[in-house]
Design a protein around this ligand. Structure first.
Ligand SMILES: CC(=O)N[C@H]1[C@@H](OP(=O)(O)OP(=O)(O)OC[C@H]2O[C@@H](n3ccc(=O)[nH]c3=O)[C@H](O)[C@@H]2O)O[C@H](CO)[C@@H](O)[C@@H]1O
Ligand SMILES: C=C(OP(=O)(O)O)C(=O)O
Length: 429
C-alpha cells in the first residue's frame, strides 16, 4: 500500500497547471459509444478512474490508442462486441453508470454492475432509472447488475427530484437518438454537464439548454465521430487554490476557467485570502489573517461538495468559529476525526461541521477515507508542523493527476512511499 509522507509548515509558491476534468471525462468517454465511430478526445486526465473506465470499455470492444503522454485518447467504437459490463471491471468507480445510459442510447440495451465510487453517502440512482423508464426502457436489478432494455426510446418530459449530475448526463445520453423531443427539467448545471452536452453535439446530437433550468434533447437518427477537448478540472483547480491559502503561500493556478471557480473565489475573498484573476489563471496569495466564515455546499453554481473537505481543512486554520454545512451527501465528514488528530477543533452535528479555528495543525499518521477527504488531509499535512503520513492514498489517485509531483513543483515536501521505499530515503527528520 502506498502512502504520502509530508513534511509541512512551508508556504507553497509558483505555478501549477490544471489537468482535464475527471468528472467531464467520465461522462465523455462512455458517450463516445453513441458515435459507433472513431472519436479523438484531448485533455483526458491521467487518473485511476479513467484507467478503470477505459479498461471496461476495451472489454466491450472499443479499440483505444493514446497520444500526448496518454492525455489524448482515440477511441474506435465501430465494433462493440458486448453490452454487459461486469462488477470486476468497474467496482472501483462511480461513473460506470454512464455506460448504462450510453449503451442504452446506442443499442437500446445494456447491463452494468451497480456502481462503486467514494463512500460519501447512500448514493441511490433512482432518478437515472426514472429517466430510462420514462424514455420507454424496462429496468431490472438482479444479482448486483442493472439491466435496461427498450424496443424503442421515445422523447418525454422528465422532472428530476434533485439536480443530479449523474442522472442528467445519463438521461441526455439515452435520449440523443430517441424519437422526438426530451425535456429534462431541474437538471444539474455543473460545467461537466455542459461539456458532455457539447461533446454529444459535436457528434451530431441536438441538445439545447445544458447549464440552464431545462435541457431540450431533440432526437437525431445517427451520430458520428468527432474531435473534442475536455474542459479543465474545476475541483483540482480549487484544491491547489486552497493549498496556497492554507500554507499562506503565493500560487498561480493556470489552465482553468475562472467562471467555474466563482463560488470558491467568493469564499476565499470572504476569508481575507488574496485572489487575482486572469483570463485562464487565478493567483491565490496570503493577504490578511484568515477570517472565519460560513459555507454551505449546493449544486452548481453553488459551492461544490467536492471542495467541502479541502475547505474545512482551511477553516481549521482560520480565526474564530466557522460553519461548514454539507447539503448534498449525508456522509462526507468522516475525515474530520483525522483532522482533529492533527490539532483541528471540529465538532460534527448532523450535516454541519463547527470548526473552531485559531489553533496550529501538527503532523500525524492519518488515513484517506475517500478522494476529496484524502486531498484535504494532504493540504492539512502541507500546513502542519512536522511529519504527516497518509494511508489509503489510492483514493487520492482516483482523481488527482501527479498530485505529489505538482505539489512538489510548488515547493511542497510530499513523497510517495511504497512498501519498498523507506522513510529515510527522503531524509525526513
Ligand atoms: C463521477 C461524478 O461526476 N461524480 C460527481 C457527481 O456524483 P453523482 O452523479 O453521484 O452525484 P449526484 O449529483 O447524482 O447526487 C446529488 C445528490 O442526489 C442524490 N441522488 C442522485 C441520483 C439519484 O438517482 N438519486 C439521488 O437521491 C445523491 O444521493 C446526492 O445526495 O456529482 C456529485 C455532486 O456534484 C459530485 O460530488 C461527484 O464528484
Ligand atoms: C465523489 C467524487 O467522485 P465519485 O462520484 O466518482 O465517487 C469526487 O470526484 O469527488
Amino acid at each position: 500500500m502506498n502512502q504520502f509522507l509530508i513534511k509541512g509548515g512551508k508556504p507553497l509558491s509558483g505555478e501549477v497547471a490544471v489537468s482535464g476534468a475527471k468528472n467531464a471525462a467520465l461522462g465523455i468517454l462512455p458517450a463516445a459509444l453513441l458515435s459507433r465511430d472513431i472519436c479523438r478526445i484531448e485533455n483526458v486526465p491521467c487518473v485511476n478512474d479513467i484507467t478503470v473506465l477505459l479498461e471496461a470499455m476495451e472489454d466491450l470492444g472499443v479499440k483505444i490508442k493514446f497520444e500526448d503522454n496518454n492525455h489524448t485518447v482515440i477511441m474506435d467504437c465501430r465494433n462493440i462486441k458486448k453490452l454487459t459490463v461486469d462488477y470486476e471491471h468497474i467496482k472501483k468507480i462511480r461513473a460506470s453508470y454512464y455506460l448504462l445510459g450510453a449503451l442504452l442510447g446506442a443499442y437500446n440495451k445494456s447491463e452494468v454492475a451497480l456502481p462503486g465510487g467514494c463512500n460519501i453517502g447512500s448514493r441511490p440512482i433512482d432518478q437515472h432509472i426514472k429517466g430510462f423508464e420514462a424514455l420507454g426502457a424496462v429496468v431490472d436489478i438482479e444479482h448486483g447488475m442493472i439491466k435496461v432494455k427498450a424496443h424503442s426510446l421515445v422523447g418525454v418530459t422528465i422532472y428530476l427530484d434533485m439536480a443530479s449530475v449523474g442522472a442528467t448526463i445519463n438521461i441526455m445520453m439515452a435520449a440523443v437518438m430517441a424519437e422526438g423531443v426530451t425535456h429534462i427539467e431541474n437538471p444539474a448545471k455543473e460545467p461537466h454537464i455542459v461539456d458532455v452536452a457539447n461533446f454529444l453535439n459535436s457528434m451530431g446530437a441536438n441538445i439545447k439548454g445544458a447549464g440552464t433550468d431545462v435541457i431540450k434533447v431533440t432526437g437525431v437518427k445517427k451520430m458520428h465521430g468527432t474531435e473534442y477537448m475536455i474542459i479543465p478540472d474545476q475541483i483540482e483547480a480549487g484544491t491547489y487554490m486552497v493549498a496556497s491559502a492554507i500554507t499562506g503561500g503565493d500560487v498561480t493556478v493556470t489552465n482553468l476557467i475562472p467562471k467555474h471557480m466563482e463560488a470558491v473565489v467568493a469564499k476565499l475573498n470572504e476569508m481575507g485570502v488574496g485572489v487575482e484573476e486572469f483570463d485562464d489563471a487565478i493567483r491565490v496569495y496570503k493577504k490578511d489573517n484568515l477570517k472565519n466564515i460560513q459555507v454551505k455546499t449546493l449544486p452548481y453554481p453553488g459551492f461544490p461538495t467536492d471542495m467541502q473537505p479541502q475547505f474545512t481543512a482551511l477553516l481549521a486554520v482560520a480565526e474564530g468559529m466557522s460553519i461548514m454545512t454539507e447539503s448534498i451527501f449525508e456522509n462526507r465528514f468522516t475525515y474530520t476525526s483525522d483532522l482533529s488528530r492533527m490539532g483541528a477543533s471540529i465538532k460534527v452535528e448532523g450535516n454541519t461541521a463547527i470548526v473552531s479555528g485559531g489553533g496550529e495543525l501538527t503532523g500525524a499518521e492519518v488515513s484517506a477515507p475517500d478522494l476529496r477527504a484524502g486531498a484535504a488531509l494532504v493540504l492539512a499535512g502541507l500546513a502542519a508542523k512536522g511529519e504527516t503520513l497518509i494511508n489509503n492514498i489510492h483514493y487520492i489517485d482516483r482523481g488527482y493527476e501527479h498530485f505529489e509531483d505538482k505539489l512538489r513543483g510548488l515547493g511542497g515536501e510530499i513523497y510517495r512511499i511504497s512498501e519498498n521505499t523507506s522513510k529515510e530515503a527522503f531524509k525526513v527528520v
